[in-house]
Unconditional design. Structure first.
Length: 98
């Protein structure tokens, strides 16, 4: 499944609401994390959209210059942090309901 990760400056975070309101994009898996929760420096917000290529292209159009599409090794590293964070959350739920 395709995914895209965007780095959005704190002052542009309202663009995430626009993403979630779009009919096509909102039907995809969408995660947001701030830099600190991913163990990174700064105040930026990271947005991961996983799903259909057309929806990802639409998200790129909506975000425009209000965010930076991460590519290559940078995108892979941030994606690994998202996955690790999700796994920790799943383990916690298993502990609670296990």
């Amino acid at each position: 499944m395709a995914y895209a990760i965007f780095e959005i400056e704190k002052e542009n975070e309202k663009i995430i609401d626009e993403i979630k309101k779009d009919d096509l994009v909102s039907r995809q898996s969408i995660w947001t994390r701030d830099a600190k929760s991913l163990g990174l420096e700064g105040e930026n917000i990271y947005l991961k959209i996983e799903g259909d290529e057309k929806a990802i292209e639409k998200a790129k159009e909506i975000i425009g210059d209000k965010g930076k599409l991460l590519e290559g090794e940078e995108a892979v590293k941030i994606n690994e942090k998202f996955v690790a964070d999700e796994e920790k959350a799943s383990e916690g739920m298993g502990f609670i309901f296990g």
